[in-house]
Design a binder for this molecule. Structure first.
Ligand code: PLP
Length: 405
């Protein structure tokens, strides 16, 4: 009988955060080992409870949310998103500019599917959140990675971006605050990106899912509030700021020079309709979430749980001989550099597998984030401090003796 072979569309599509290393972690668990998974930014399993009001709202609306909703999202959710961005200074938007999705993930794929034809190029940061690269490839586009500069706090290298723009470049992606590096971009940097978009007619996709997870003096600037003559797509959701990743609620706002994107928006509306609608009960959480008191602030202030965990994770990592880490200003990850020479490392995925097998701690290798040079790993600092300290002790013990070759 003929083999059932996966589509060639998937040949260049990778998503290694949940790839072979996770398969090995599951195998170890099946053997009876307890593995500490610091590979995914999923707050709830680490005891980060969602705000009560959100849960109550979903429960309250459950009986009347049994049918399909509007393909772009229920009215109250779209109004809430529109008002949220109006408060951030984006003018000239209405509820038809808002698309609600089953998480930002679905919207990233939809946004690329609606835009790209074969040969179209999209500028994506390196390192990146790899779904962006995967979505571009899946949509028959070509991901072109621009460098973020570790020595400059992982800010995008504007000259590198400029050098990679061609007549086929359609869009640029920013992830701010950044996953995996934790960088939070300055207004000046964002204005430079806008200038490039203006000059080369690029769409700016800004993934701002961590926009409230900020440490120290970091302030988040929504790029779409800085200009009205460029076409912006801003994405965010409830998974991180409101700790309900399992609810699968995200949104996308079109703003700026919307006249340029009428056809594109028709495409987005078509794709939204084809999947009927996003999860209706959980869309009810959105208005409650975005309005009023923001409990995430308690977690990131000087004595907040996330902030303390960030401090411990960063300090302990940075002290390990052969490891260094730029202090994250936002999000929930430390992205650490490993001295590949010192540990004779040629394969960063093998390094993560060796750590997993020896210490039963699961991290993600830097190349999974489309970073081609250097040796890095990403660690999620969501566990409570005692668990985090124990995990970092294991990472230290592993590197104390590690030689890959
Ligand atoms: N964008 C970034 C930068 C992320 O880190 C994540 C999840 O980790 C997502 C999007 C996807 O989030 P969602 O749960 O809304 O699909």
């Amino acid at each position: 009988m003929r083999q059932i072979v996966k589509s060639s569309k998937l040949n260049d599509v990778c998503y290694d955060i949940r790839g072979p290393v996770l398969t090995e972690a599951k195998r170890l668990e099946d053997e009876g080992h307890r593995v500490l998974k610091l590979n995914i930014g999923n707050p709830a399993p680490f005891g980060f409870e969602a705000p009560d009001d959100i849960l109550k709202d979903v429960i309250h609306n459950l009986p009347t949310a049994q049918g399909y909703g509007d393909a772009q999202g229920i009215y109250s959710a779209r109004v809430a998103v529109m008002q949220y961005y109006q408060q951030q200074g984006i003018s000239n938007i209405d509820i038809d500019d808002v698309y609600i999705g089953n998480g930002v993930s679905e919207l990233i794929v939809m946004a690329m599917q609606a835009l790209l034809d074969t040969g179209d190029e999209v500028l994506i940061p390196s390192p990146d959140y790899p779904l962006w690269t995967a979505a571009v490839s899946l949509s028959s586009g070509t991901p072109v990675h621009y460098q973020c500069d570790e020595a400059a706090g992982w800010f995008p290298d504007i000259d590198d971006i400029k050098a990679r723009i061609t007549s086929n470049t359609r869009a640029i992606v920013l992830i701010n605050p950044n996953n995996p590096t934790g960088a939070v971009y300055s207004r000046e940097l964002l204005l430079e990106v806008i200038e490039l978009a203006r000059k080369h007619n690029l769409v700016i996709f800004s993934d701002e899912i961590y926009d409230k997870i900020l440490y120290d003096e970091a302030r988040h600037q929504c790029i779409a509030a800085l200009a009205d003559d460029v076409f912006f797509v801003t994405l965010s959701g409830l998974s991180k700021n409101y700790r309900v990743a399992g609810f699968r609620v995200g949104w996308m706002l079109i703003s700026g020079n919307k006249k340029l994107g009428r056809s594109y928006m028709q495409g987005l509306t078509l794709l939204s309709s084809m999947r009927m609608c996003a999860n209706v009960p959980c869309q009810h959480a959105l208005q409650t979430a975005l309005g009023g008191y923001q409990s995430i602030n308690d977690l990131v202030r000087a004595d907040g749980r996330l902030r303390l965990q960030r401090d411990i994770a960063w300090r302990m990592l940075d002290q390990i001989p052969g490891i260094s880490c730029v202090k994250p200003k936002g999000a929930m990850y430390c992205f650490a550099r490993v001295d590949a020479k010192k540990f004779s490392i040629e394969d960063d995925e093998l390094m993560i597998l060796d750590l997993l097998r020896q210490e039963k701690v699961l991290l993600v290798h830097g190349s999974a984030f489309n970073l081609k040079q250097g040796c890095y790993f990403r660690l999620v600092f969501l566990p409570h401090t005692d668990q985090l300290q124990s995990a970092l002790g294991k990472v230290e013990r592993f590197f104390a003796n590690y030689q890959q070759r």
